[in-house]
Design a protein around this ligand. Structure first.
Ligand code: AMP
Ligand code: MG
Length: 409
């Protein structure tokens, strides 16, 4: 049996490069990976602008304080730049408004008062040149590098790209992913009526679609529903799923006589690259490839499917989306309770990360086997127990894979 590290290495080695880049709007680029460097086509701000409500003045006119200056006009935000600022004059400007040419600083409105003569204002404080004025190009200069390729676009990037008119952001395409649930015991979820005797609702299908939506990479997902434990029925749906970049199957990969997925995949021309990993839960996990399509056969137990998705499918999706080819990040945190010795397989246990006294701690969630969904709902991390690891006392360091989000305790 191969180790988890070796399995991840084989998955990443088999993962092809993304298809050709496409150009999308800044909003559609959210969560996507840049395929090219982005260079600003414009200055920001595009004009010298006031950063406070106040008086646009020349520094030389503030030599004696208080200074009495002639009211020379007014520019609210959104107006075109005003005329030249006359010497000895003060121009009223609002935050974000263009300042008239000749402006050297903006004196905040609260540092002024009406002068005795009508039409004049009195400035109560001298300021240095440049105070409260953002010159054109002071935030971003035309030709400046904004982002390098490989960056995953976040909300602030959407703002900057929108501000600067980058309407055609080059990103790698979204991987197309098919999800197939298998098992004669399954009925579609979506009815409150109790399922017929011996049947259960399909929870892995909706879980895997939700995992894809929250994996941090955008995908085009097709839920192919449920395949019966019947070789021909299975092959029809596998053939459909193999048209996508990634096919994720749940169930039917163990050693039972109704576990038909491995043979059906081979019959469809899939090269099975491994089947079984020294891990718990999820030992019978299968991985294969047909041309550029990656195939993951996840064991049907909900926790096994979940852990298999996090460990193997997420890194493959990130690489397929143009991101780095690397395993899930593990972080060292403090154990909130004692942990038992590791077994002969690498174990992944649901855990809850929380902050206590300014430090991250992880509490094990008691689990009752790999079908125990209720406890998975309480987890926001997986505690990694390597093969043969010694028992760990509370307050010692342990390794976890954070899952993101923070479900209620
Ligand atoms: P299998 O991997 O097909 O042997 O299934 C292992 C266990 O997981 C069995 O108890 C199945 O009933 C359960 N299981 C398989 N597929 C699903 C699914 N889509 N939703 C919920 N439970 C499932
Ligand atoms: Mg089954």
């Amino acid at each position: 049996m191969i180790t988890v590290d070796e399995a991840i290495r084989r998955v990443l080695e088999a993962t092809p490069s993304p298809r050709a880049p496409e150009r999308v709007s800044p909003s559609d680029a959210l969560g996507r990976v840049l395929a090219e460097q982005i260079v600003s086509r414009e200055d920001a701000p595009p004009f010298a602008r006031a950063t406070m409500d106040g008086w646009a003045v020349r520094v030389a006119d503030l030599e004696t304080i208080p200074a009495e200056l002639l009211f020379s006009g007014e520019t609210p935000a959104g107006s075109a730049p005003g005329a030249e600022l006359p010497s000895g004059g003060a121009f009223k400007v609002m935050t974000g408004a263009p300042v008239p040419s000749g402006t050297e600083c903006v004196v905040p409105i609260e540092k002024s008062e009406p002068a005795a003569f009508p039409g004049f204002i009195r400035i109560l404080d001298a300021l240095h040149a440049g105070a409260n004025v953002a010159p054109a190009g002071s935030e971003v200069e035309k030709g400046e590098i904004l982002f390098e390729p490989g960056r995953s676009i976040v909300a602030a990037d959407v703002a900057l790209l929108s501000l600067l008119g980058h309407v055609d952001v080059p990103v790698w395409p979204k991987p197309r992913v098919a999800v197939l649930s298998t098992g004669d015991e399954l009925v579609p979820a979506g009815s409150p009526e109790p399922p017929p005797p011996g049947k259960i609702r399909n929870s892995n299908g909706p879980m895997l679609v939700a995992c894809l939506a929250s994996a941090g990479t955008s995908c085009r997902v097709r839920d192919l529903g449920i395949a019966r434990d019947d070789a021909l029925a299975l092959r029809v749906l596998l053939r459909e799923g193999l048209r996508d970049d990634v096919l994720i199957i749940s169930g039917g990969v163990s050693a039972g006589e109704h576990d038909l997925v491995a043979d059906a995949l081979r019959a469809e021309g899939v090269d099975v690259l491994f089947h079984k990993i020294a891990m718990k839960p999820g030992k019978p996990l299968l991985f294969g490839r047909r041309q550029s399509t990656l195939v993951f056969g996840l064991p049907g137990n909900p926790l096994s499917s979940f852990v298999g998705f996090q460990l193997f499918v997420v890194p493959a999706l990130r690489a397929l989306s143009g991101g780095a080819k690397e395993p899930r990040a593990r972080v060292r945190v403090i154990a909130a309770d004692d942990c038992p010795v590791g077994s002969d397989r690498e174990e992944y246990r649901p855990a809850r990360l929380f902050v206590d006294g300014g430090e991250w701690r992880a509490k094990s969630i008691p689990w009752r086997g790999s079908a125990h969904l209720v406890n998975l709902c309480r987890a926001n991390a997986l505690h990694v127990m390597s093969i043969g690891a010694p028992a760990v006392k509370a307050a010692s360091p342990i390794e976890v894979i954070p899952l993101g989000g923070s479900p209620p305790a």
